[in-house]
Design a protein around this ligand. Structure first.
Ligand code: AMP
Length: 121
């Protein structure tokens, strides 16, 4: 799948639409999810143009990959969910219900999160 320059996170990264910034560094931007599914719901994304974890894990540089993972752990600690725990979620492709085709990892926390996936289908 080709990268769509007009996806919503590309537009946020270009500053064309607003978002609540939680963290930023050379390679990474993190924002609050607009429709939070838990008291803490943060989206951590690379600044580079990657459609999903499939694309990112294949084509990103080691520096970009390290930056995303290090930032994710740092953000979780900074917002106070590291002690009690949190869930990380990458969606890739239609079976996962990925909505935005720019790689992001969800940090979910702040309450017990229940079972990992909906047991359905
Ligand atoms: P996914 O299904 O993994 O692609 O997740 C996309 C996430 O982006 C959803 O949790 C949405 O609530 C969130 N989202 C969509 N638009 C925005 C936006 N403008 N600002 C912040 N989060 C957004």
């Amino acid at each position: 799948m080709a990268y769509d320059d007009n996806n919503i996170f590309a537009r946020i990264l270009r500053g064309e639409i607003p978002a609540t910034k939680v963290y930023e560094d050379e390679h990474v931007l993190a924002i609050n999810d607009i429709n939070p599914q838990a008291p803490t719901h943060i989206l951590v994304m690379p600044k580079g143009k990657y459609v999903s974890i499939d694309d990112f894990s294949t084509n990103a540089t080691d520096a970009e990959i390290a930056a995303l993972i290090r930032a994710t752990g740092k953000i979780a600690r900074n917002v106070g969910v590291a002690d009690k725990g949190y869930r990380l979620l990458f969606n890739h492709g239609p079976h996962s219900h990925q909505e935005v085709p720019h790689l992001h990892v969800h940090i979910l926390g702040g309450r017990p999160l229940g079972p990992l996936v909906l047991r359905k289908e």
